[in-house]
Design a protein around this ligand. Structure first.
Ligand code: FEO
Length: 389
C-alpha cells in the first residue's frame, strides 16, 4: 500500500502480507499479517520507526523512494520481521544512525551484522529531538524479546509499540475502531507470542499508564484509535483471574479416548462448567492457545503409543508448557492396550505449569462403567475447585 498519513508529519508505511499463513514455521496466520513501519518527520530531523520482513523489502524501499533523508532509524525490536531489512535501509541512507536499546545492539549485530559504529543506544526514558517532535524511548522488555522498547511521540500523543498490542491481521483499514474481531486477533497474538511473559507485561502495562496517548501504533495489525479496548483486554489476559473453563486437548486412535472425552464433556456441562475440546490431529493450535489464556483447568486426553502419550499430545503439551498459561488444575485421561506410562510422561512435560493435578483416569481397552464412575469423580473434583470462579 501507499504511505498513509496518521497526522501532520507522521505516516504509516510498511507492508501488508495478505498471503502469509505461518509465522516462525509454527504459528498459524489465518488472517495474514502486516509489518508496520512509521515515518516521523520533524522540523529538523526525520526518523523511520522499524522496518519490514525481508520478503517485503521492495514495498518499503518503494515507499521511501521520495524520502531524501532519514536521520534516525529506530529499531524497537531485533526480530527479523521488523529488523531484517535494516541493513538495506542503512545502505540507502548512509548518514542514518540506528537507534535501539542497549540490549538490542548486540542482537542486531549478531543477527544482521549491523556495523557497531552505526548504532546509538538509548536508555529507558531517554528522548531524541526531531525539532518540533520528540521521540521518547520506553523500555518494555519481553514484548516480545528482552530488548524491546516502545517509542512515545508526545506532541502527537502516539505510542509506537512494535509487537506489544500487535495482531496478525492483514487489512486495508488503518484503524481498529472497536471491532471485536480485532481484539480476537490480538488475543490470538497474545496467546501465541506474549503469554509466556505475562508477569513482565504486567509491569509494562503500568509503564503505559504513566504516559498520555490517543493512539497505539503497533508493528502488526491496525492502529488502535480507541486504545482503551486493547488496554482493558490486556489487563484481563495478564491478570491472575481464570475462568470457569476446562480445555481438553486430545487424540483418539481407535475411539476409546474419544468416548471418555465426550463423557467428561457432558459431565462437566451438567455441572455448569464451560468446555472447549480440541482434537489435535486437526485443530488450529492458535485456537488452543487462545483457550488457554483464560482456562482454569486442562484435561489432556491421550491413547498410549509405545508405552507413552501420542506424539501429537506430546507436541501440544510441550507447547502449553512453553506458553505458561495461568492454569490452576490439570488431569490426564486416556486409554491403553496392555500397559502405559502416558500419565507419568505427561506430568514430566509440564514443569512450568503450576497446577494441582486433580487425577488420572486411564482405561484398559474399551471404557466401561467403572471408568465412567471415575470420570464423574473427576468432574466432581473440577466442579469443587471451580466453585471460586
Ligand atoms: Fe513481530 Fe517478535 O516480532
Amino acid at each position: 500500500m501507499k504511505p498513509r498519513a496518521i497526522c501532520d508529519g507522521v505516516q504509516l508505511i510498511g507492508a501488508v502480507d495478505w498471503n502469509r499463513r505461518l509465522f516462525d514455521s509454527l504459528i498459524p496466520l489465518p488472517d495474514g499479517t502486516s509489518y508496520n513501519a512509521y515515518l516521523v518527520q520533524g522540523s529538523e530531523k526525520t526518523a523511520l520507526i522499524d522496518a519490514v520482513d525481508p520478503a517485503m523489502a521492495d514495498i518499503l524501499t518503494g515507499q521511501l523512494a521520495g524520502v531524501e533523508t532519514i536521520d534516525y532509524i529506530i529499531s524497537q525490536h531485533a526480530e527479523q520481521d521488523h529488523s531484517g531489512t535494516l541493513p538495506l535501509i542503512l545502505d540507502m541512507y548512509s548518514q542514518a544512525v540506528l537507534v535501539c536499546s542497549t540490549k538490542a545492539k548486540g542482537l542486531l549485530i549478531d543477527h544482521l551484522d549491523i556495523p557497531p559504529e552505526r548504532v546509538k543506544t538509548v536508555e529507558d526514558g531517554e528522548t531524541l529531538s526531531l525539532g518540533d517532535k520528540t521521540l521518547q524511548f520506553i523500555y518494555t522488555p519481553w514484548v516480545h524479546w528482552p530488548e524491546t522498547m516502545v517509542t512515545y511521540l508526545p506532541e502527537d500523543r502516539i505510542v509506537f509499540s512494535c509487537d506489544f498490542f500487535g495482531s496478525h491481521m492483514a487489512m486495508s483499514d488503518m484503524y481498529a475502531g472497536d471491532a471485536p474481531h480485532i481484539i480476537e486477533a490480538a488475543k490470538r497474538y497474545y496467546a501465541e507470542i506474549m503469554m509466556p511473559f505475562r508477569k513482565p507485561i504486567q509491569n509494562n502495562l503500568k509503564k503505559m499508564q504513566e504516559i498520555d496517548f490517543d493512539l497505539i501504533a503497533p508493528s502488526h495489525g491496525p492502529i488502535y484509535d480507541r486504545p482503551e479496548h486493547i488496554l482493558s483486554a490486556y489487563e484481563d489476559w495478564v491478570s491472575d483471574r481464570v475462568s470457569n473453563l476446562v480445555v481438553i486437548p486430545y487424540i483418539s486412535m481407535h475411539g476409546s479416548t474419544e468416548i471418555m472425552v465426550d463423557y467428561l464433556v457432558d459431565a462437566l456441562v451438567e455441572r455448569g462448567i464451560t468446555v472447549q475440546k480440541f482434537e489435535l490431529s486437526s485443530t488450529d493450535i492458535g485456537k488452543l492457545a487462545m483457550a488457554l489464556v483464560d482456562a482454569a483447568t486442562v484435561v489432556i486426553g491421550t491413547p498410549t503409543v509405545h508405552a507413552g502419550p501420542h506424539p501429537n499430545v506430546v507436541s501440544a503439551v510441550h507447547l502449553a508448557n512453553a506458553l505458561r498459561p495461568k492454569l490452576k488444575f490439570a488431569a490426564v485421561i486416556g486409554s491403553y492396550g496392555w500397559g502405559t506410562k502416558a500419565a507419568e510422561q505427561i506430568a514430566g512435560l509440564i514443569p512450568n505449569l503450576k497446577v494441582e493435578i486433580l487425577g488420572t483416569v486411564l482405561c484398559k481397552g474399551h471404557p466401561r462403567d467403572e471408568v465412567f464412575t471415575e470420570l464423574d469423580a473427576l468432574a466432581d473434583a473440577i466442579q469443587d475447585r471451580h466453585a471460586a470462579f
